[in-house]
Design a protein around this ligand. Structure first.
Ligand code: ZN
Length: 410
């Protein structure tokens, strides 16, 4: 039976969003966490953007070293040959990518103006796909931007053209969050039956239906006999009202009526990492987790009113659909309330040593300690907030990679 896989786009759609930023170190840690979570693919950035080059290359080195593996790292580009050319020049190790171009009448007429028509869009997309293959791309997704507002017959024609040019998947983008679970099911079902290939669901939350639409779309793809790939963002961030929330999507596939047990989720997904991944992303982004966020919010397993508290205490299934332990919750967290030494951009060796001793990390000599201290200073310049244990450990373990990530030459 066909399966549902997760492609997380936090490091692409998430960070391109207004007022949302991650440093390259934070993006790297997110990739490491997503890999532990068992995500199929992380869309890790923009290969044609100069300030991403060192970060992208460094992360592909981590992939080759087995630190980020088996998760795929994929770049996002416009589906034009110029972007493909630049991408492979900047990032020669790039193996996976998604090529994006608008397909709706609205965008073809009012965005491309007179530069491209329907036929032109197909032509330029095909030449980008072919060039990417020539350059060594192992997997290519073609994104139909604004697919939900695209004439279905044209969307089918566009997708078949992408397939014949060598694309592996089509990304159905509900760019404006216009679909409902009913419309996306019908449209994607017809699309999948005609094009006979795996489809990605990329849903936005403008009408509050991103998770529901992702599920309905994935159901349509699987019902047609093909693998579905749901695009998610950690904590539901993303353009405007956000993308489909990662943990909600996983919970919905595992526990919603008529989906659980009938539709198969990629068995590599380890929900146990949910708590850590979401907490780290929240800290890195500087965005608190809403109290009512599914699975992760402070109230997700809290009960107060008489009937609810009594019921939950008698049997957790009275008021809890799934267990907090499954999400990696329930472990005590230690918070230091006395003296604290932190390391930052102006730290010296004594404070630095104190912090790393508490992490039980040893350096072979003074020179190595000085080098890691210097990197930690730079990390703090990038992050502009106290470094967390995972970041400090990463820098000590992979100093060469860290140095590359911190290096930018405008
Ligand atoms: Zn998007």
């Amino acid at each position: 039976m066909a399966k549902i896989y997760i492609i997380d786009v936090t490091n692409r759609d998430g960070v391109q969003t207004s007022r949302i930023c991650l440093s390259k170190l934070q993006k790297t840690l997110i990739n490491i966490y997503l890999n532990k979570f068992g995500i199929f693919q992380s869309e890790f950035g923009f290969p044609f953007t100069n300030h991403e080059i060192n970060y992208l290359n460094a992360n592909l080195e981590l992939a080759e070293a087995g630190v980020i593996s088996p998760m795929r790292l994929s770049g996002w580009l416009r589906a034009i040959p110029q972007d493909v050319e630049i991408a492979f020049k900047n990032i020669p190790r790039l193996k996976h990518l998604n090529l994006s171009i608008s397909t709706s009448k609205q965008m073809i007429v009012y965005k491309f103006k007179k530069k491209l028509d329907e036929e032109g869009v197909i032509k330029v997309m095909q030449s980008a796909v072919k060039l990417a293959r020539e350059k060594g791309a192992e997997s290519i997704g073609v994104n139909a931007e604004d697919a939900s507002r695209t004439d279905l017959n044209y969307l089918i024609e566009f997708s078949l053209a992408a397939k014949s040019a060598g694309a592996d998947r089509i990304r159905y983008c509900d760019t404006l969050g216009y679909d409902s679970p009913f419309s996306i099911y019908e449209r994607v079902k017809k699309l999948a039956e005609k094009i006979k290939m795996p489809i990605e669901l990329h849903c936005h939350n403008d009408l509050g239906m991103a998770v529901a639409n992702s599920l309905a779309g994935a159901k349509a793809v699987v019902d047609s006999g093909f693998d579905a790939y749901i695009n998610t963002c950690i904590n539901g961030i993303g353009e405007r009202a956000g993308n489909a929330d990662l943990v909600s999507v996983v919970l919905a596939i595992k526990y919603s009526q008529d989906i659980e047990n009938r539709y198969k989720l990629d068995e590599r997904i380890k929900l146990k990492w949910a708590w850590k991944v979401c907490k780290y992303a929240s800290y890195a982004l500087g965005i608190p987790i809403p109290i009512n966020q599914p699975g992760i919010g402070a109230n997700a397993f809290a009960h107060e009113s008489g009937i609810h508290a009594d019921g939950a205490l008698k049997n957790r299934r009275n008021y809890e659909l799934y267990d907090f332990e499954e999400l990696g919750r329930g472990e005590p967290e230690v918070i230091e309330t006395g003296r604290q030494i932190t390391v930052g951009e102006y730290s010296g060796i004594k404070g630095f040593r104190n912090v790393y001793e508490r992490l039980a990390i040893k350096f072979k000599d003074e020179k190595e300690a000085e080098k890691v201290l210097e990197l930690v200073r730079y990390a703090n310049v990038h992050n502009q907030k106290p470094l967390v244990e995972e970041e400090l450990r990463f820098i000590a373990e992979y100093p060469q990679i860290a140095q590359k990530i911190f290096t930018m030459t405008p």
